[in-house]
Design a protein around this ligand. Sequence first.
Ligand code: ADP
Ligand code: ASP
Ligand code: MG
Length: 404
Amino acid sequence: MALIVQKYGGTSVGTPERIKSVAARIKRCRDQGQEIVVVVSAMSGETNRLLALSREVSSHPVPRELDVLLSTGEQVTIALLCMALNELGCEARSYTGAQVHIRTDSVFNKARILEIEEQKVRDDIAQGRVVVVAGFQGVDQCGNITTLGRGGSDTTAVALAAALEADECQIYTDVDGVYTTDPRVVPQARRLARITFEEMLEMASLGSKVLQIRAVEFAGKYGVPLRVLSSFEEGEGTLITKEEEQQMERAVISGIAFNRDEAKLTILGVPDQPGVAYRIVGPIGDANIELDMIIQNVGADGTTDFTFTVHRSDYEKALDILRQLADDLGAREVEGDDKIAKISLVGVGMRSHAGIASTMFQALAEEGINIRMISTSEIKISVVVDDKYLELGVRALHSAFQLE
Ligand code: ADP
Ligand code: ASP
Ligand code: MG
């Protein structure tokens, strides 16, 4: 009998009606002879509602208590789904993360799963039950409730699939697969039948929130067959595969990812000397701020301009640090811009094809979009542009690379 882990996202369990239709789908799979373990998210909007509630009582909610609060969203949906399943005559049991021992580290709000003691789940399956596990949550070694970061139910599902050696991990959501880019921004976007783990990891890291980054990492590492499908219609969805499994001649670009989560900072006119880059990024790192893109230009007067991006939520903090450093380093000026967006092309085909960057820059130039920063790696090219050009840029690139 095939063992399948199915994960249903917030929209898929957003109303009692939808929960009933998820239950009906699970029942059909059971009737076809599959063993099913289900992971659910909170009802759509619920995690945001809880976050907003916490901010009404505290400007910086204590991370431990925030996890106690946020984890309640998923406790509601596991119970409701099991009630709906039992109503259909399909015996089901719900468990919170702690009850099935999803053991994590103690980094509240973005904990990592360390291990899962899956015996309880196996016992229920052996009894013919459907097991429904709360996504997004775990428990640390002291018994504290933890959560796994936004979108973390995807990771719960993949981790459970790995622990149970499931035949497939299916992520049911409000789109019928992974598209060439977010179909909400480009209606002509096309569903991909397959995408490699490596490409999916880049897409997720560069802003495509259809799968949580950790979930893709985990699936790649443990070889979990992963598929993204629609909760609302039947279909094959998108299979995330190893590269060698992709037989056909591939498109050079698989997809376009984008995000508005970053901000750009520049310290201008610092001396062009050894150690200066270190003196700039050292204090930024010490403040626990992660850098993404970095550019350094040497000017004709022998000074350099040093530019980098950080997460938008760290912008003010990074700006303060740079202003303090400016005097010490004898810098001319500090500039910042938090109205930027990053657009990235992703594709393993880039390894063997030249000219991708020039096609990309030409398409943006034709729309009059100025490129502020560029960074490349083996299978991606990212550019930073003004926030207001994000959608125009994504559409222009989608058509320039004929992804429709
Ligand atoms: P869930 O609540 O089911 O976890 P999410 O909102 O996290 O759903 O993820 C699904 C959404 O991801 C889609 O509605 C879509 O707008 C967005 N998305 C972004 N990039 C892509 C992409 N390349 N392919 C498909 N969906 C994408
Ligand atoms: N409910 C959590 C969130 O909204 C986890 C998830 O849906 O995956 O981020
Ligand atoms: Mg999600």
